[in-house]
Design a protein around this ligand. Structure first.
Ligand code: GLV
Ligand code: MN
Ligand code: MN
Length: 411
């Protein structure tokens, strides 16, 4: 059986982990930073050394391509190399470096697929104040002019950020690819949860991806002296947000299988002896069942208005960002299940509670994912860890799945 070179993959993961922003915790390589850009310069070289022809598309997705024997659309494999603040070494990274390992194994074995093979490092998957899932959204949906013109304090204009990565925002009003232009999409990723570890299996087949809604909200009250403004006269923006956070938690607790998080707060003036005058914050909700997300959001919006009215604080609910839940096609799941079955005694199927580029690419192409067991289910933190043997099993399953897709479409 054709397999990848485990040592080369280990070296690649270790090298990319050295590209970290100065004075940040864990592995921090946030999208649009100089460190992220430097990591991608190295990545381009790694793609080239695996025999891939490398280009960037208008959304600054880094794509390494290997020709097939036919003019069929490509099989696309990959993930992302940006991280959250204080993240780990594996989220996204094993999907990109694993895809390069697959291309290298095919090249070294002299195997040419019928389909072209494309290895992708999607631009900016993780959430930043500018948004998330940039490269995959551009590929599958495109952006509105309004979104591209959004000016985010401290981060600049969305379109400028994409241009700064080498993209061309003027081409992003329409999807970069259409249905039928990608034969299939496969993404290898760490599970980031506890299921595979509990089942004592190294890898698993993913059934689908949760839907996510994220919104930005601003509460504007009145800054006052923290000693002389009595409790009765205050319009405390942060106390209002505290009410909203509690309501957000309650909305999720009331709906099994859903989660909701307030993960980002910017308090102004953020001063010990001043009543908080303004707070900008995020609300994020997730479920495999979209109606649950919508009903959570309705409940949270009602709580936002109520909290604002009770405390004399103005509330402004900004644009929200949606990615709908996605179920992978049965035939793709079967291919992945069979491929995983070659490297694990029992194939566990599980949904993804994390968001992935696959949720966008799945809108225009048959998609599927393979998960790798994650220590203690921890991710988006410096403790994130996956054993190298498990990663290698996942990449080998990815390789087998690519071969199976190529063979299947030949029938
Ligand atoms: C991506 O990592 C997400 O699930 O937020
Ligand atoms: Mn992540
Ligand atoms: Mn990820």
């Amino acid at each position: 059986m054709l397999t990848i070179d485990p040592q080369q993959l280990r070296d690649d993961i270790a090298t990319l982990a050295q590209f970290v922003e100065p004075e940040t915790p864990g592995t921090t390589r946030r999208a649009f930073t100089d460190t992220y850009r430097a990591g991608r310069v190295w990545l381009r070289e790694r793609m080239q050394s695996a025999g891939l022809t490398v280009t960037q598309d208008a959304s600054a997705n880094l794509i390494g391509r290997r020709a097939g024997t036919t003019t069929a659309p490509p099989v696309l494999i990959g993930s992302h190399t940006d991280t959250v603040m204080g993240g780990g070494r594996f989220d996204g990274v094993i999907g990109v470096l694993g895809a390069i390992a697959v291309a290298r194994a095919l090249r070294d074995a002299g195997v040419v697929l019928r389909h072209p093979l494309e290895v992708v490092d999607f631009l900016a998957e993780e959430s930043t104040p500018l948004g998330s899932l940039f490269g995959s959204t551009a590929m599958a949906q495109g952006f509105s002019a309004e979104f591209l013109a959004r000016d985010v304090p401290g981060w600049g204009v969305v379109g400028d950020a994409i241009a700064g990565m080498g993209g061309d925002p003027s081409q992003l009003l329409h999807p970069l690819r259409r249905s039928g232009e990608i034969a299939a999409y496969l993404e290898l990723h760490i599970e980031q949860g506890p299921v595979l570890e509990a089942a004592q299996v190294p890898i698993g087949a993913v059934t689908g991806i949760v839907g996510i809604r994220r919104a930005d909200i601003v509460c504007t009250g009145r800054p006052d002296h923290a000693g002389t403004a009595s409790m009765a006269v205050r319009h405390d923006a942060l106390a209002t947000v505290a009410d909203i956070i509690r309501a957000t938690e309650q909305a999720a607790l009331a709906r099994p299988g859903t989660v909701a998080t307030v993960g980002s707060l910017h308090v102004a003036p953020n001063q010990t002896n001043v009543v908080p005058g303004q707070v900008r914050f995020s609300v994020e909700m997730r479920s495999l069942h979209w109606p649950e997300v919508l009903s959570m959001w309705d409940e949270i919006v009602a709580a936002i208005h109520l909290a604002g009215a009770q405390r004399g604080v103005a509330v402004q609910i900004g644009a929200y960002e949606d990615s709908a839940p996605l179920q992978f096609p049965v035939w793709m799941r079967q291919i992945v299940t069979q491929a995983c079955g070659r490297f694990t005694h029992q194939v566990v199927e599980l949904p993804s509670g994390a968001g992935h580029d696959g949720s966008m690419i799945g809108l225009i192409a048959p998609a599927a994912m393979i998960f790798v067991r994650t220590k203690d289910g921890r991710s988006h933190c410096p403790e994130e860890f996956a054993a190298h043997d498990d990663i290698v099993a996942g990449v080998n399953a990815l390789l087998q799945a690519v071969l199976a897709i190529d063979a299947r479409i030949e029938e």
